[in-house]
Design a binder for this molecule. Sequence first.
Ligand SMILES: [Zn+2]
Length: 253
Amino acid sequence: MIDTHLHYTAVDAAQLPPEQVIALFDRNLIEAAVVSGQPQWAIEALYRAAPDRILPFLSVYRGQTDKADWMHDPDLPARVAETLRSGIYRGLGELHLFAKDRESPVLAALVAIAAEQDLVLQIHGDAVVIEAIFAQAPELTVLWAHLGTDPRPQVVAPLLARYPRLFVDTSVRDERFVDNEGRLWPQWRRFFIAHQEQVLVGIDTYWTPRWQRFSEVAARIRGWLDQLPPEVAARLAYGNAARLFGLGARVSP
Ligand SMILES: [Zn+2]
């Protein structure tokens, strides 16, 4: 599996140093992962521990309040451009942004940076935010976290059809795909098959206790993936992310 939604912070690093993260990946057959981190030293230390398996995303937040306010910080784009000079980053995010802020000039500046430097933009936000981003930069690759803020097949499907460079990750939504017996709902099966080239999976270690449940969540993801046709499951679990990030096939797709 390639996990396309992890976070790694200083608090995480104190409990789980880079070698232990990589050991956790090995135990759970995670080939590679998108990891956004703050502060920079944490993500850069993790990257150095396994440069061929960590896909670092630049988190633009310096602390918890930035999560709500970053789009009003006019100095942010220059800071981001400076940090990107390390050259290790594959994307920007995760950025939390909702409908009312979709015309933010700070967002527009980050979209321009991502487009110019061929970075993936990871967005946690509403459908109209995704539309605003593609209106500005149609060639950009966007990862839409958690299947968006209204994660229903009939809401997400039209956007995937309209924007071929849009990818969705299923992180933290796993429970809604299955019934009480763990059986995949038919409407989600149809959705995953229809959009099998644009769906990615992830655990989303949004705080340290989530890292402690890593294996449990990985097993839950495999529980619904295994009910899809094998070639579809392989695309969601691995193939789409491998293609997106240009990773070699260390396991068969
Ligand atoms: Zn997240």
